[in-house]
Design a protein around this ligand. Structure first.
Ligand code: FES
Length: 566
């Protein structure tokens, strides 16, 4: 029996029994248990990482995508072998799916490395899946293609189109304000997410799909194909075919995820009015390749990147409209003068070569020209100041500019529980001009950085017609949400950041134009408050909770585990 000199396929990474030939013989024996022929077992192997789960309805088309990927792999001469991973359905994890993103990334990385595969197709879509898959693939550095499951379709309801999840929040706000009845909200609940796929607005899932395509980790034109469109299945077949080619002529994530392609991804994130979460995820993905994203650089890029895409929550349309309007390619063509066009993509072409070969048709209702932007500057801005020495983020494209330059009185909630208990109290001392502050919702808090930065406006103000207020926290915000919301304040309050020192009645100054967020309390008073901070609660003593608590980095480092970075 001959062991191949340069092992590929099933001969890669043999289980160690102290006899390589025996290991391969045994592996083939068990592979044949699947009914595979000797001929098939000689082929290069394409792994298919899939994360279907009853707890993840966004991923419910995974089986048909896996089948199409397999078809593509076999047609191109490879052997497809799918394997499961952790699955993170956004609203099904407690305390938040964010707590488990790094765990999923470790699962992906280690299973790519541990199992004999020459390339891998990563099938995912719901918010944390694509980040986790790209983080794992970036670390494993085996040729990888990201295939997203695709966005869901909006559907008409009483004369307007509804789609998760900007409209979920809009209707909940109306319900809280007394504009929608209990029966009405029950009915709407069944009308918001009615097809397979990920949230159909420019939330985190759509933003990450756009970023994966921009980085060059997905096939061109695939980010925005609706989950239920037959093109999605063809994209799966094509991804399988390309992965089988990559198995023999590798292009590795390390050749694709570079400082330049990450910068391109940031440009696109800004131009599409993308999710604030995507900044954390892109930082984590880039971090796996040793690339940093300084928030000061984000501001430079934001000031020179216009918002071009008119999608909810910052605009009018849905992801399926972006697909019909020309997809991410239309955005990339428009942004081309600002992009690094020599970045390599998974197809073997550079980004510039890709764009040259594409149709130039675009629907200007959805993707605006650089000469006619929706906003002249990018959607996100980083703020710094005495309240956030390491930075904070505001999604200015989804905020009310009338609230950008002001000083307000702090109304402080010490935790999510405190917020829930008091926000609708008729006796709460709060006015529309106040700044609502939430503490202890950052990365290492017990809450594990939930999407709670979109603090509910107190009911008494809602009923008085208040639509937006300045809200500040170390939490995240759903990419489908909107409002004048300052997020990711760092260092977080759970580790004693200045946010922990804010007290009711303090003055806070926000200046988006100066990129500042300052707590207007003198240093002596802050020092006294720091001394008086209660001791931190006892840390977890075992298992994943302990690992998470001890090794999670702050927002500006992508909330990755410190030991997973190179
Ligand atoms: Fe899965 Fe929104 S819940 S993408």
């Amino acid at each position: 029996m001959n062991t191949p000199k340069k092992p590929i396929g099933l001969a890669r990474g043999l289980t160690n029994y102290g006899d390589a030939d025996f290991s391969l013989y045994l592996r083939r024996t068990f592979a044949k248990q699947s009914g595979l022929s000797s001929e098939m077992l000689k082929r290069p192997v394409v792994g298919i990482s899939q994360s279907a789960s009853g707890f993840n309805p966004c991923h419910r088309t995974t089986p048909e995508l896996v089948e199409a990927i397999k078809r593509g792999v076999i047609a191109a001469g490879g052997l497809p072998l799918d394997f499961p991973s952790i699955s993170l359905g956004e609203s099904f994890q407690s305390p938040t799916s964010m707590k488990f993103r790094n765990l999923m990334s470790m699962d992906i990385e280690e299973m790519i490395r541990a199992q004999p595969m020459d390339a891998v197709v990563l099938v995912g879509g719901c918010d944390k899946s694509v980040p986790a898959q790209l983080m794992g693939a970036a670390s494993a550095d085996v040729p990888a293609i990201q295939l997203v499951v695709g966005p869901m379709l909006p559907m008409p309801y009483q004369g307007e189109r509804l789609g998760a999840c900007t409209d979920c929040r809009r209707f909940w706000g109306k319900f809280r304000a007394g504009e929608v009845t209990a029966e009405g909200i029950d009915e709407v609940e069944g009308k918001l997410a009615v097809t397979a796929g990920t949230c159909g607005v420019m939330g985190t899932a759509s933003t990450m799909a756009s970023i994966a395509e921009t980085l060059g980790m997905s096939l061109p034109g695939t980010a925005a194909i609706p989950a239920v469109h037959s093109d999605r299945i063809r994209a799966a077949e094509a991804s399988g075919k390309r992965a089988a080619e990559l198995a023999l002529a590798p292009i590795r994530p390390s050749e694709i995820i570079t400082e330049q392609s990450v910068e391109n991804a940031l440009r696109v994130l800004l131009a599409i009015g993308g999710s604030t979460n995507a900044l954390i995820h892109l930082t984590a993905i880039a971090g796996r390749r040793g690339i940093r994203i300084p928030l000061e650089r984000l501001n430079e890029l934001s000031d020179t990147t216009p918002v071009l895409v008119d999608l909810k929550p910052t605009g009018q349309h849905y992801m399926s409209d972006l697909f019909a309007a020309g997809g991410v390619g239309a955005v990339l063509r428009e942004l081309a003068p600002l992009l690094h066009l020599d970045c390599m993509t998974i197809t073997g072409e550079t980004l510039g070569e890709r764009l040259k070969g594409e149709s130039t048709w675009v629907d200007r209702e959805v993707v605006h020209a650089m000469s006619d932007p929706i906003r002249p500057q990018g959607g996100l801005a980083a703020l710094f100041g005495t309240l956030a020495p390491k930075g904070a983020i505001i999604k200015r494209s989804a905020a009310d500019p009338a609230l950008f330059e002001r000083t307000g009185r702090a109304v402080v909630f010490s935790s999510l529980e405190d917020l829930a208990a008091r926000v609708d109290d008729p006796d709460l001392d709060v006015n529309a001009d106040d700044f609502m502050v939430l503490q202890n919702a950052g990365p290492t808090s017990a809450a594990a950085m939930p999407e709670a930065g979109y603090l509910p406006i107190p009911q008494k103000l809602l009923r008085a017609g208040v639509k937006d207020m300045v809200r500040i926290s170390d939490a995240r915000m759903s990419g489908t949400a909107y409002g004048t919301i300052v997020l990711h304040v760092s260092p977080e309050s759970a580790i004693g950041g200045p946010l922990a020192l804010v007290r009711n009645g303090d003055r806070i100054r926000l200046s988006v134009s100066e990129r500042r967020i300052d707590l207007l309390v003198d240093e002596a008073e802050l020092a006294a408050r720091r001394e008086a901070l209660p001791p931190a609660p006892p840390p977890p003593t075992r298992g994943y909770a302990k690992l998470y608590q001890e090794t999670t980095l702050q927002a500006e480092d992508g909330c990755d585990f410190d030991f997973l970075r190179p």
